[in-house]
Design a protein around this ligand. Structure first.
Ligand SMILES: [Zn+2]
Length: 500
């Protein structure tokens, strides 16, 4: 348990954002300012101070932010002091401040991976910001002595880590075109035998519907492994130009797309918006596409991920928030499996231009089926899965979140021999480690709740009283430094239906 003592001079907005994020990542229970604390209660709480201001940055490179993230966190008896530059570095990395100021663009008008500070420092496979949160936790345990240490349990229902599976629905109609493009890609890479296998499967599948078969295959595998996932649907009107660009290729109102949405919803999965290219150029398009998706789906979409991960960091997320989305799942690298925001967790969005938090949660994307295939020439699906599990192990050991993306069009007839059975092996490998598995809106809901819980009082026997927001749909458990459950804040029952 900690009491946060405001720094002097007051924190800048970026420092406040960094403090909020790093405390949230640490899982340390915060004592509420308005709580009922007598002198002995106050004495039992570790104080978290913010260090003095430092001279303005004269950092030569964005990698300076990475250095600051690993700066020592001084510990004294009952007091931990977190350096201000570390807090600003959190906004630069987890808030994507550096990417938001970047002017670099790749051929899809994206910020190139090389502009990311973690990539620049060659540490994009280490969750540097989450590690800073863990270091803060360790510092508080070290400073505590006989004082009370309380941590929020990381995930619901006694799970120690979280795995979320997501799917982008890019292919719905004109499937032979996608097979042909993939065959060309394989031939260019000198993978003639794979191309032959794909063509043979496509000929066999021609009488049926390989797109639908791919969707059913993923739904069936996830049902067997008890996985509830999140699916992102494109929701614009395709034109010849969008076809050529690899952007929109299907109408969401088409019978084929409707059948897919209905099957996903019938299986209990979540539907979000896959933002088309237009959304990053004309932000109001988000509102139109979200409304259009609402006419097809049973509930309003809470989440969004950009097609091709194409966005203008900061600006795009502002528009997403205005359109009513609660979370964005776009922050991953298209060309590598890694931690673009340096976290294995959910973090609030940050607007670097306005220097304030954005009312949207970021759910970073860490692993994607095609990252190795498309960009690194690795065509063995078992290697993709092995890489997924390397990153999943990092999340599991640090009690964090892992988010993966599997395209349901990865079937043999659509160009990917061996991919479907590899996906099953991934589900088996993930579920055997007992993660909390949920659609992203539930993951975000959980994290918003965990973030908002405070200690309100302490009884003479050391028992801590917890307070949280109303309308809680999860139980919250608080542990001591050894991970033993101590206090619980029960979910609040749902409000009775109106009129009763
Ligand atoms: Zn896509």
């Amino acid at each position: 348990m900690i009491r946060v003592v405001a720094g002097t001079p007051p924190l800048s907005p970026a420092e406040q954002y960094g403090l909020d994020v790093v405390v949230d990542l640490s899982r340390l229970l915060v004592a509420s300012e308005g709580g009922e604390w007598d002198a002995s209660g106050r004495d039992a709480i570790v104080i978290l101070r913010v260090g003095p201001p430092t001279a303005p940055d004269d950092r030569a490179a964005p990698t300076g932010a990475i250095t600051e993230l690993s700066a020592p966190i001084p510990v004294a008896d009952g007091v931990v002091t977190i350096p201000r530059p570390l807090l600003r570095a959190v906004a630069e990395v987890a808030g994507a401040g550096i990417e938001q100021r970047s002017r670099g663009r790749d051929r899809y008008d994206r910020v190139p991976a090389a502009e990311n500070p973690l990539v620049a420092a060659s540490v994009e496979r280490e969750p540097a910001v989450s590690i800073a949160g863990a270091r803060l936790r360790e510092a508080v345990v070290q400073a505590a002595g006989s004082r009370i240490v309380r941590l929020l349990a990381p995930w619901p229902d006694a799970h120690r880590w979280c795995a979320a599976m997501t799917h982008d629905v890019d292919v719905v109609s004109v499937w032979p075109l996608f097979t042909a493009l993939r065959v060309v890609e394989l031939l260019r890479k000198g993978r003639g035998s794979l191309a032959v296998a794909v063509l043979a499967a496509a000929v066999r599948a021609a009488a049926g519907d390989p797109v639908w078969a791919g969707i059913l295959g993923v739904l069936d595998a996830e049902r067997r492994y008890g996985i509830v996932s999140t699916w992102f649907m494109l929701c614009g009107t395709p034109t010849l130009a969008t076809f050529r660009a690899g952007d929109l290729t299907y109408r969401p109102e088409s019978p084929r797309a409707r059948r897919i949405v209905a099957a996903i919803e019938a299986a209990g999965h979540e539907i979000g918006l896959h933002g088309s290219f237009a959304t990053s150029d004309a932000p109001e398009t988000f509102t139109l596409q979200r409304a259009r998706l609402r006419t097809l789906s049973g509930t309003a979409a809470l989440g969004v991920r950009q097609h091709y991960l194409r966005m203008r960091p900061g600006m795009t997320q502002r528009s997403m928030a205005v359109a009513g989305f609660a979370y964005d799942a776009t922050y991953g690298f298209p060309d590598r499996n890694a931690y673009r925001l340096g976290v294995i967790d959910v973090v609030p969005g940050w607007d670097d231009a306005a220097q304030r938090a954005v009312p949207i949660d970021e759910v970073p994307l860490m692993w994607m089926d095609r990252a190795q295939s498309k960009y690194q020439g690795v065509e063995d699906p078992d290697q993709w899965i092995a890489d997924a599990m390397v990153l999943a192990d990092v999340s599991r050991r640090a009690e964090g979140l892992w988010v993966g993306l599997w395209h349901p069009n990865l079937t043999t007839a659509l160009g990917f021999p061996g991919a479907s059975p590899a996906y099953e092996r991934l589900l088996a490998a993930l579920t055997v480690e007992r993660p909390y598995i949920a659609p992203l809106h539930r993951v975000v809901e959980w994290r918003a709740l965990r973030r908002a819980v405070r200690a309100h009082a302490m009884r003479p026997d050391g028992q801590v009283t917890l307070v949280g927001p109303p309308g809680r749909t999860f139980d919250i458990v608080v542990e001591d430094a050894d991970g033993r459950p101590r206090e619980r804040l029960a979910a609040t029952p749902a409000a009775p239906p109106p009129g009763r």
